[in-house]
Structure formats: structure tokens, C-alpha cells
Design a protein around this ligand. Structure first.
Ligand code: IFM
Length: 445
């Protein structure tokens, strides 16, 4: 029996989710279409042709899901608000029925002692804004700030912690760089303005949200390892680190973009940066959300490759059903790296996502997901180790409560503590659910 991790009493224990992945009801109560509705409707975009029209039916079953959260003893729930429910066209008047859903959800959470932690943008941009250029269009940043303001007006009497954007790196690269996610544009490095406009939206929204609570951004971060110690591999690792991590943290925490010359990019990101933007973007954060899944290992690119790095395998470690390497200590390494890199500029950290997909099956009414328990245990211990090394980590939100719509993978990846039969919507808590519940109870007692 190993000793339990040592986390502060005030530590927030949570789960994390996203509107498009769980809610369903995509055409109900005045919700407008999002880029993900358009994308999933295109043949060949989603494995198995799955759509999120029903997803986990959380829109109708939220009370059952909040009861599952209460059963875990959670003190926080990170969910996202679907912008097209609030403003169906991404601008203009608020849709009262869409807002009313989040009103009910927030109240149900508070009734159960769970702090609501909404993310305002988890990739489901209103289609009408995409029709005007999406995040390639600077105006989307202004529209995002307006949406943040109306949402804060409606929920700010009860929400004390807001997250502006989820994983702007992933949205830029997969949505606009390679086209494997919505909106499905394959612009490669021409996608860089998407980084700037998302960050500008964050910076413009922040003061409006801060009137009611703390403001965070949830960035997907990875420690980057060089495949070997050769100067060429180290340069490749540095380039990837600049793109994945520093492009989305340096402007917020240091007020400047990193050197992107390895990508042939100027530091005005394709002409998108205007005077005064970096002051807006670097408005102080109250805390940083860190989403961690795995480290990255990079090697020098082969001759003729279009990018200054090439991904190298991480061998000799377990892998998830998604084939992602499992390296719990990479989370400690990452947290310590952030502390070393940003020092006094680094606010407190919440780990806002971490989890793994497992090929879970219900057998005799039980799901024995021992691999997930090992995964969670290792990563929570890594946080405890990072705190021991001086990093101020205040909470952990595992990804995710219920198996849900995993973007281009459809329903093929199961990340939940609770198994969902996507035909019947029956929820079956897995062994990891009981494990997490017991861990939280022990840590809070
Ligand atoms: O499901 C996603 C989530 O939407 C964003 N972060 C990673 C998760 C697992 O892929």
C-alpha cells in the first residue's frame, strides 16, 4: 500500500466536460448551428459517421449527471457553455431558453456544493461567425467579448471562476492548420492569425468576466523532449515547444510572442498583431488552467519536410486506447517547467483536464477500468510531487465524467468515470468512479 498523495485541504476536486461532447439537443430551444454541426454532417469527417445530435443527452439528463457528481464528492465542475445556445448567430440578442439551461445547471451544482467553472469557448463556434471568417477574422474576438459580457451578466451572481478558452493550440492546429477538426480548414502555417485572434478574444473578455469572478484560460501543455542530444533534435524540440506551449503562454504571461523564425513566421503572426493588442492579451490571469495528457518527443525533420520538427515515438511506456503514451511524471515535469520558466509571472495553476481513453466494457453490470485508476493515481501523485517542489497547484479536474463524443473519433474513445451506453443512455459508474470518490473523501476528511 503506497502512501496517499498529500494535497492541500482547500484543493478543488473536479471533473471536466464540454458542451458539444455531452449536451446533444443541438436543434432545441433556439440553439443556432455551430461549426461542429456543419463539420460532423460532412461525410468522412468523423469515425463511424457519428454525430453529436444526442451525445450524452446531458441537456435533458443534467440532473442525473449532477447527482453522479455529487456522489463523487466533487467541489468543482468544469463544463463549457455553447455559444450558439446563448447567441444563435454569434452576435446580437441573447436566446433566453439557451441561457436558462445554464441557469438550471449552475443552480443544481450549487445546491450540491459544487462550484460551477464554465469555459466560454470549447470549439463550438457559431456557424454564422465562421461564415464571416471564424477566428481568422479579428472581429470574432470582439464578438467573443460581447458573448462573455452577456453570459457574465446572467450567471455572474453565482459563478466565481471563469475559463475563457479551451486549448486554443488544438483549435488552431486541428481546426485551421490540418483540417481534422471543425471548421476543417487546412491552411498549415497560414493559420497563425487564429492564435492571435483567440488570445485577443481572451484578453478582451477577461475584464468583463473579472467583475464577477476569477479568470483563467485552459491551455493544452506538453513537456517537449528532444529525441537525442544532437543540436538538430534540440532545435526541433525548441521549435515545437514555441508552437505548442509558448505561443499561447508567453503573450499572456510575458506580453510578447516567442521567436517563431523556425517556422518562417514573423512575430506579428501574419500581420494580425496590432499596436496595443499584447497589453490586452497580457491582462493578469487569476490562475492558469493546464490540460495535460502526455509529453512530446521531437526530432529534426526529414529533408523537404514543411515543418521544423518531426514527432518521434515515446517507447517503453504504457499506452491508452487512443495510443497516447502514459507518462505521469511528465505532469510533474511540466508543472515545474512552467514555474521555472515564468517564475513570479506564473499565477496559481489548476489542472483543468487529465484523463485517458480505455476500451471499457460493461461485464455483469461492472466496468473494471484498472488502467484508468493507475493513470489517475499516477497523475494525482505527480501533482502532489510538483507541489512538494514549490508549484502552487490548486485543483484537479479529470477528463471526464461520462463517456462522450470524442470529436473526430466519434464515440470510439471512452474517457469517462461513468460508462454511457450510447444507444440507451444508461449510465454505469466504473471502478474508477468509486476509486475517485474514495480518494476525494480521504483527501477532504
Ligand atoms: O475530449 C478532449 C477535450 O475536448 C479537449 N481536451 C482533450 C480531450 C481528450 O481528447
Amino acid at each position: 500500500m503506497t502512501t496517499p498523495p498529500n494535497l492541500p485541504q482547500s484543493f478543488v476536486w473536479g471533473v471536466s466536460s464540454a458542451a458539444f461532447q455531452v449536451e446533444g439537443a443541438t436543434a432545441e430551444d433556439g440553439r443556432g448551428p455551430s461549426i461542429w454541426d456543419t463539420f460532423t454532417a460532412k461525410p468522412g469527417t468523423i469515425r463511424g459517421g457519428h454525430t453529436a445530435e444526442t451525445a450524452c443527452d446531458h441537456y435533458h439528463r443534467y440532473a442525473e449527471d449532477v447527482a453522479l457528481m455529487a456522489g463523487l464528492g466533487l467541489t468543482g465542475y468544469r463544463f463549457s457553455i455553447a455559444w450558439p445556445r446563448i447567441q444563435p448567430d454569434g452576435r446580437g440578442p441573447v436566446n433566453p431558453k439557451g441561457l436558462a439551461f445554464y441557469d438550471r445547471l449552475v443552480d443544481a451544482l450549487l445546491d450540491n456544493g459544487i462550484a460551477p467553472t464554465p469555459t466560454l469557448f470549447h470549439w463550438d463556434l457559431p456557424q454564422a461567425l465562421e461564415d464571416d471568417g471564424g477566428w481568422l477574422n479579428r472581429d470574432t474576438a470582439e464578438r467573443f467579448a460581447d458573448y462573455a459580457a452577456v453570459t457574465a451578466d446572467a450567471l455572474g451572481d453565482r459563478v466565481r471562476r471563469w475559463i475563457t478558452l479551451n486549448e486554443p493550440f488544438v483549435h488552431m492546429v486541428w481546426g485551421y492548420g490540418t483540417g481534422e477538426h471543425a471548421p476543417g480548414r487546412a491552411l498549415m502555417l497560414e493559420c497563425l492569425p487564429v492564435a492571435h485572434h483567440q488570445l485577443l478574444g481572451h484578453g478582451l473578455a477577461a475584464p468583463r468576466l473579472r467583475e464577477t469572478g476569477e479568470v483563467l484560460i485552459a491551455n493544452n501543455c506538453t513537456p517537449v523532449w528532444a529525441a537525442t542530444d544532437s543540436p538538430a533534435d534540440r532545435a526541433a524540440a525548441d521549435a515545437y515547444d514555441a508552437l505548442h506551449n509558448r505561443l499561447f503562454l508567453d503573450p499572456i504571461l510575458l506580453g510578447r510572442y516567442p521567436d517563431l523564425s523556425a517556422f518562417g513566421a514573423s512575430d506579428d503572426l501574419g500581420g494580425s498583431v496590432r499596436s496595443g493588442d499584447l497589453e490586452i492579451i497580457s491582462t493578469p490571469l487569476d490562475a492558469l488552467g493546464v490540460n495535460y495528457y502526455n509529453p512530446s518527443r521531437m526530432a529534426a525533420p526529414s529533408a523537404g519536410a514543411g515543418l521544423p520538427f518531426e514527432e518521434a515515438p515515446i517507447d517503453g511506456v504504457p499506452r491508452t486506447a487512443f495510443d497516447w503514451p502514459v507518462v505521469p511524471d511528465g505532469l510533474r515535469e511540466l508543472l515545474v517547467l512552467l514555474e521555472t520558466r515564468y517564475g513570479a509571472k506564473l499565477p496559481p495553476i489548476y489542472v483543468t483536464e487529465n484523463g485517458c481513453s480505455v476500451a471499457d466494457e460493461v461485464v455483469d453490470g461492472r466496468v473494471d477500468d484498472a488502467d484508468r485508476i493507475d493513470y489517475l493515481d499516477g497523475h494525482i501523485r505527480a501533482i502532489s510531487d510538483a507541489i512538494g517542489q514549490g508549484v502552487d497547484v490548486r485543483g484537479y479536474f479529470t477528463w471526464t465524467l461520462t463517456d462522450n463524443f470524442e470529436w473526430a473519433q466519434g464515440y470510439h474513445q471512452r474517457f469517462g468515470l461513468v460508462h454511457v451506453d450510447h444507444g440507451t443512455q444508461v449510465r454505469t459508474p466504473k471502478a474508477s468512479y468509486a476509486w475517485y470518490r474514495d480518494l476525494i473523501a480521504a483527501q477532504r476528511s
